[in-house]
Every structure is written in structure tokens, then in C-alpha cells.
Design a protein around this ligand. Structure first.
Ligand code: GTP
Length: 256
């Protein structure tokens, strides 16, 4: 029996991982869907939610800086590596969580978590036999309003898809801050990535044939991975994120 859907919330620094973790948990609970949270970021100083399990109880970056006399970046790398040694405690604490969604807020510096061996090891260890696993990749819509910025964010999400090898949903976050025109343009790109072709031609000096190929590739990627425009602040479109996650968890059936 699958007890948990463990959802790793990943994305670049400042994309809204912690805000989404907190507000999506609240939204799930408001829909009578049990949900818990794990903070896996040993470097975060302040969280505006109270995680059910917190890696900082075992590893905290400030202690690592002092103990090993490291600079901030080295200490974050060391902290994520050290977190591996405490996974058994995280797993033991997970046993006490209620059946349902477990939202895992990951370290702010995505590259340290996702591209180091310790990060993928943590993911594989938390995906035990009693869990299914998925990931939500957060894109900051406010820095994706230009076609080439948007494309580079898509590449990041595709890279994460290969790195984590988990069913992925891309949440294009902070749509509440966009002007109506920007929002409509973004929605248009999401429904038809090739609609960017003309805009890209004018906006960048990248080779046109190459651009066409890139767009085709990304359009294929978007057929495999759902993209949902959301606001972690206003909870807009959370039901769509739930829809995709619930397909993985219960084949689309709601909790009873
Ligand atoms: P790090 O872990 O530090 O990398 O950040 P994060 O990815 O966890 O992002 P966080 O949730 O801390 O959000 C970063 C900033 O964006 C904060 O000021 C949030 O209040 C803001 N923010 C997050 N989501 C939204 C959103 O949907 N709309 C708006 N307007 N602001 C948001």
C-alpha cells in the first residue's frame, strides 16, 4: 500500500519554493487532503511555516561555518553532504506522518542540491517502498517575461527532469505580479511554445535555424511535462497542480 506521495519542490533561488510548500500544504488541508512538510534546506534562516520535519535540527549551515571554518558557499555544500548522514532520522520521523502528501522544500541553491551526488541520493532514499515520488519545478514568472529568459528556464526544468528522473510538473509561479498583457503572452507561450518564434527572431541574435530546433525540442518536452501557471501567494491554479500530482498518487481519485 502506497502511504505517501513525496513531492520535492525544486527550483532556482527565490523562485518561491518555501512559499509554495507552505501555501500548497494549507490548500491541500483545506481540501481535506492530508499533507505534511519537510524542510531539507540546512541554510535557510527564516521559514514562514513550521515544517513537520526540519533538517536544521541535525545540520545548520551556521554551525557548519563555525565548526569547519568554511565560507558560505562551501558551508552550504558541506551541509547538504552532511544531511545524508542524518537521513535515517528523517526517515524515522516520516513514519509518524499521516498518510497523504509530503511536501519537501529543497535547498535554495538548486545546483547544490540537484547536481551533487548527495542531492540525488537524498531523493532516492526518501522514495521508499511505501512512497511514490514526484517533483514540482518552480519557475519565477516575473523573470520569464522575455522569450529568451522563458526558454532558459524551460531548459533548466528539462535538465532537472533528467537529473531527478521523477514525474515532473512545472509551476510557473508569481503570476499575480504580471500585468494582464504579460500574463496573456506567457499563457500563449505555455499553450504553444512555437508561438515565440517571431519574437525570438527579433529579441536575440541566436541563429534562426537553431532557434527553430530548440523550440521544437521544448515543444516536445512540454507534451510530456505539464506546465501550470500559479501564484504561491494567492493559490491560483493550485487545483491544476493537484490534478497532475493526484494522477500519480491515486490515478486521479480524490482522498475519501
Ligand atoms: P530560497 O529557498 O531562498 O531560494 O527561496 P525560495 O525559492 O524558497 O523562495 P521563497 O518562497 O522564499 O520566495 C522568494 C520571494 O518571492 C519571497 O519574497 C516571497 O514572498 C516571494 N514569492 C513567492 N511566491 C510568490 C508569488 O506567488 N507571488 C508573489 N508576488 N511573490 C511570491
Amino acid at each position: 500500500m502506497v502511504k505517501y506521495l513525496v513531492v520535492f519542490i525544486v527550483g532556482p533561488a527565490g523562485s518561491g519554493k518555501s512559499t509554495f510548500t507552505s501555501s500548497f500544504k494549507d490548500w491541500l488541508l483545506s481540501q481535506s487532503t492530508p499533507a505534511s512538510t519537510i524542510n531539507l534546506d540546512p541554510a535557510v534562516e527564516y521559514l514562514d511555516y513550521d515544517p513537520d520535519i526540519d533538517i536544521r535540527e541535525y545540520v545548520f549551515v551556521r554551525d557548519v561555518i563555525e565548526k569547519y571554518n568554511l565560507g558560505p558557499n562551501g558551508a552550504i555544500i558541506a551541509s547538504v553532504d552532511l544531511a545524508v548522514e542524518h537521513l535515517d532520522k528523517v526517515q524515522a520521523a516520516m513514519e509518524d506522518l499521516p498518510e497523504g502528501y509530503v511536501l519537501v522544500d529543497t535547498p535554495g541553491q538548486m545546483e547544490i542540491f540537484a547536481y551533487r551526488q548527495s542531492g540525488t541520493y537524498i531523493v532516492s532514499e526518501l522514495c521508499s517502498s511505501s512512497s511514490l515520488c514526484a517533483a514540482v519545478f518552480m519557475v519565477d514568472a516575473s523573470i520569464a517575461t522575455q522569450p529568451y529568459n522563458f526558454l532558459s528556464q524551460l531548459f533548466l526544468s528539462a535538465s532537472m527532469y533528467y537529473r531527478l528522473r521523477l514525474p515532473l510538473t512545472v509551476a510557473v509561479n508569481k503570476i499575480d505580479v504580471l500585468e494582464d498583457m504579460e500574463k496573456n503572452r506567457l499563457l500563449n507561450w505555455l499553450s504553444d511554445v512555437e508561438s515565440m518564434e517571431n519574437e525570438l527572431e527579433f529579441a536575440s541574435n541566436v541563429d534562426r535555424v537553431f532557434t527553430k530546433r530548440v523550440l521544437r525540442l521544448l515543444s516536445d518536452f512540454m507534451e510530456v511535462v505539464p506546465f501550470v501557471p500559479v501564484s504561491a501567494k494567492t493559490k491560483e491554479n493550485f487545483e491544476q497542480v493537484y490534478f497532475y500530482l493526484q494522477q500519480i498518487y491515486r490515478g486521479g481519485e480524490d482522498f475519501e
